[in-house]
Design a protein around this ligand. Structure first.
Ligand SMILES: [Zn+2]
Length: 105
């Protein structure tokens, strides 16, 4: 545990951990090793790493700090997404932006 971990980085990593695709599901609930609450029953993946879906709880509620190799991975992924920009050409090609109004008779 490390309660001195930068709060913004902890929050960013915790938010990232709540996202992902289901990698595996289990027939029972995982219990938090500290407080005993039910803490998920699947593992999530971002395509590179997989982790229990309840891992964010350990960061936000118990001050757990993850290894720098994983934090670096998350920061790299977040930077990539923030720098990706938005291509509006595809959206504009989909037609007008005003919804069609249907009047009831
Ligand atoms: Zn807990």
């Amino acid at each position: 545990m490390d309660h001195s971990w930068d709060e913004q980085e902890r929050e960013d990593v915790a938010d990232y951990l709540t996202q992902g695709f289901v990698f595996r599901a289990f027939g029972g609930v995982s219990m938090c090793r500290f407080c005993g609450i039910g803490n998920g029953e699947v593992e999530l993946t971002d395509g590179s790493w997989y982790r229990p879906e309840g891992l964010a709880h350990y960061l936000t509620d118990h001050g757990v700090r993850l290894p720098q190799v994983f934090v670096g991975h998350v920061n790299s992924e977040l930077e990539f997404l923030e720098d990706a920009g938005t291509d509006t050409d595809w959206w504009k090609a989909q037609g007008g932006s005003k919804p069609e109004v249907v009047e009831e008779s």
